[in-house]
Design a protein around this ligand. Sequence first.
Ligand code: FMN
Length: 300
Amino acid sequence: MDRNIIEKAQKYFTTGVSLITSSGPHGQNVMAAEWTMQISYKPMLIAIFIHKGNATFKNIKQTKEFGINVSSEEQTTAVNIAGGYSRTEIDKLKIKDAFDVISSKKIKAPMIAGCTINLECKLVTMKKLGDHTMIVGKAVAISYDASKKPLIYHTGKYFRLGKVIESFRKTVNVDEPTINWFSIKSDGRFVLKCVGLIIKSKNKILILKHTTKNKSYITIPFIVPKRGNVYAKSLDFYVKKIGLRIMINKVPVLKRLIIKSKKRILRINFILFEGRLKSDIKNYTWKPIISSSLLHELTN
Ligand SMILES: Cc1cc2nc3c(=O)[nH]c(=O)nc-3n(C[C@H](O)[C@H](O)[C@H](O)COP(=O)(O)O)c2cc1C
């Protein structure tokens, strides 16, 4: 592979930058590490990738503990110093006004104030991978400051976090029984994932009528699939169970909607397959597509 392309392409990864603190044979130290990543929730494990030539590497190898201080956008100077000099050259933590050093609770290494997250870690494992060593630590003390914004590192430059990208969802007004029906199905989930079947005939659509407690409402045939199950198979199984004989077109579409009734909203992702009836049926209801805004949206 072209070395030039590799060098350019790797700059396009986007990361934060952590200040790795340690205290060992090289004394107290701080270095910058963009390769910092949480790799497990329970226990909370974080991997950092450190070159064996760094003073930090030797400190961690000997003491089996280190601090991860995820830098904020105000800490570019600290990051430059931590990443631009080695402890073998200068005691970086002693440089005037460069680092706001604070003491840690569970490890010997100091911590850095003004960061977004501070994690005191005990070494779990080390593994050499390519030209760096993966060092995995288990967090034994954690704090964070929600008022601080993380520093972003990209193409060798520092950036601020930009605006939130609102994920586009179309809002569809529905009646109360419909939102109630889907709310029960959603069971408190942030997004309800449904797999539905669209069976059209001219400008009509096949729907199911559900009735509970004297209220009735209509939906297309749909299921809330179990995680990991093959959607088309689960849908096929369901429609057979309710007595439909159909061919399912295997190319689905995705509709990301918000259904709204008065002040209530519910996010629903519909994966929709089109179906073709194998034979005529009598017991199901056909509705004009425009009879409800939800049906209209699902079929458009
Ligand atoms: C923004 C930035 C990110 C860095 N990320 C890493 C990294 O993930 N792993 C690494 O080994 N070195 C990384 N470095 C380089 C080290 O911070 C640098 O070699 C430092 O001098 C090592 O310090 P030490 O010898 O005192 O431990 C980075 C440097 C900068 C400026």
